[in-house]
Design a protein around this ligand. Sequence first.
Ligand code: MF3
Ligand code: CO
Length: 284
Amino acid sequence: MPGARVTRGIQIKTPDQVRLMRRAGLVVAEGLAAMGAVAVPGATTADLDAAGASVLKAAGARSSFLGYGAGWGYPPYPGVACISVNDVIVHGIPGPLALHDGDIVSVDFGAIVEGWHGDAARTFVVGTGTSPEVAALIETTRLACWAGVAAVRAGAHIGDVSYAVQRAVRAPGNPRYGIVMGYTGHGIGSDMHQPPDVPNQGRPRTGPRIVRGMCLAIEPMVTLGSPVVAEDDDGWTVRTADRSWAAHWENTVAVVDGGLWVLTEPDGGAAELAARGVPYAPLA
Ligand code: MF3
Ligand code: CO
């Protein structure tokens, strides 16, 4: 990408580049909302993907996911979203699978605007509700994502973010959830996956230092049981080995002058950052 500056392997974005990523992030937010609305009993995972595709089309955006992996030994990814139901943690391929009342569906979606990516995920409950245990799993995963986001600041280390995610999952009183390793958050910019990896467990003051202009996708994957994964033979679908249910929550956050801008949230993160005393600093 011409004009992109890289420091110690990490792409540093200009304010104009972050503004393009905000446009991509808003498309992602819109797509997730549309797919969440389609996630009712009887809908197929292909129906959700189609809703994501129409949002991309209407916005004039491209998909970060479609065709991903082609050329390096994976079957090219066949959808615009990953739709992962119940015990599927991530990378569920959209298809004829129908959703049922009480299922949970993790929807992971990416968009490209003028070459710049946004990436986010939400876990939705299908229909009238789910058990208190599953609801708590989803809420813990959402809070862990926000704890990670709130630990991002210029001068902190990636390990501080990882530690914050881990601590939120391990909050006092929580069940012994599994934290999936081997799939991590990541830098994001002119590619969907860039350095640095952002693991969901780690030690404070370790790893690369965060500076202004970095953009990170923070994405805890949490299970009700074992964190050990098993891949289906489609080359993509990742499930829990013990078939326990899993949740996934992801946002793309930019480190900007004076604070953070959560590019994949409609409000830019204003509410959740304020609740955590973290400066919200959208670019004009
Ligand atoms: N969005 C996922 C992530 O959060 C990756 C999707 S894999 C793809 O990193 F193949 F679908 F692109
Ligand atoms: Co991601």
